[in-house]
Ligand binder design. Structure first.
Ligand code: G4P
Length: 302
């Protein structure tokens, strides 16, 4: 789904999420396991407030398992409950109802003490476009139940989907925007496929990803493209080298950089390159932004 996030769309999306939020007991916040901070909405803490929240790290089948583990510890340290999931195979998904029950145990026990009959826990899924919201809803529902056409600004009827004996889920997920105003974050989002409309030149995205892999995944770089760390200089050089080695050539013997970039980005997004993550908690700490949940740039959305 391609959404152009203009301020008006952001304001509508925020309002719609606030409306949905009133209807639920628990929020399932979806973050891409390969880039959890970059795929996080800048206003999320403010929007969710004190409502119980389960953070789901999605697409773990594509992510580096060690980085995912580091992210789980990181979010736990921030006091957030986290569960890594892979909605395509269903790994981790069966634990969602139990984790929601645990988060709501106290509230429901208090209701029971007052003689209020226990009902199903109401949940909503929340996340940026392409993070895997619809796939997860369908996996939880065990059928095609997600209202995939939901876009900010379009109000649709919504329904509850029953999940097992304890949970019910809104079939329309809450859609929020990422923090794309930061260049580094934008490159990570584009490399993962979260920004599909190529806001950033693909050659820049591919060079960035190759550069990141030099330090973090040199073995994969060697395996996939035959580039050894010793011969590596920088991203743009590597992209040209990949193009040459993989036969992305123009007539006249020049490397077709656009084609090479398409190849690299496709192999990253599909996981063909191997399981890689595009950021770690350490990267964020180094960038001096590990505690910056909210970006002042987006605070003006009302
Ligand atoms: P959204 O509702 O949040 O916008 O995301 P959606 O579920 O539509 O998923 C976006 C893309 O990510 C889809 O691929 C989907 O198959 C893929 N995806 C979702 N969850 C996972 C996961 O756990 N692992 C992997 N590897 N991929 C996942 P697509 O290319 O847009 O569509 P399609 O090729 O599946 O048709």
């Amino acid at each position: 789904m391609v959404i152009q996030w203009f301020p008006g769309h952001m304001a509508k999306a925020k309002r719609q999420v606030e409306e949905k939020m009133k209807m639920v007991d628990v929020v399932l916040e979806l973050l891409d396991a390969r880039l959890p901070m970059s795929s996080r909405n800048p206003l999320i803490d403010r929007l969710v407030g004190k409502k119980p929240r389960l953070v789901l790290l999605t697409k773990t089948d594509l992510a580096d398992p060690a980085a995912t583990e580091a992210w789980v510890s990181h979010f736990n340290r921030l006091g957030l409950d986290v569960l890594p999931v892979d909605a395509t195979t269903g790994k981790g998904v069966a634990q969602i109802p139990k984790r929601c029950e645990a988060l709501l145990a106290e509230k429901f026990a208090a209701l029971a003490r007052k003689g209020i009959r226990t009902r199903r826990i109401r949940a909503m899924i929340l996340g940026i476009p392409n993070v895997g919201k619809s796939t997860l809803i369908n996996r939880l529902a065990k059928r095609n139940a997600a209202q995939t056409g939901d876009r900010p600004g379009v109000t649709k009827g919504q329904q509850w989907i029953r999940i097992g004996n304890t949970l019910e889920l809104l079939d329309t997920p809450g859609i929020l925007w990422p923090k794309f105003e930061d260049q580094q974050v934008g490159l990570r989002l584009a490399a993962s496929g979260a920004i599909r409309e190529e806001i950033l030149p693909l050659e820049e995205v591919a060079a960035f990803a190759l550069q990141y892999m030099v330090n973090r995944y040199p073995d994969l770089l060697k395996e996939r493209y035959g580039i050894s760390p010793g011969e590596v200089q920088e991203g743009a050089w590597m992209l040209e080298e990949v193009g040459r080695r993989r036969g992305c050539m123009r007539k006249g013997g020049e490397v077709d950089l656009e084609k090479a970039a398409e190849l690299v980005v496709h192999e990253i997004r599909s996981g063909r390159i191997g399981r890689i993550s595009l950021e770690t908690p350490d990267d964020w700490q180094k960038e001096g932004e590990s505690s910056a949940h909210e970006s002042p740039g987006n605070d003006s959305v009302h």
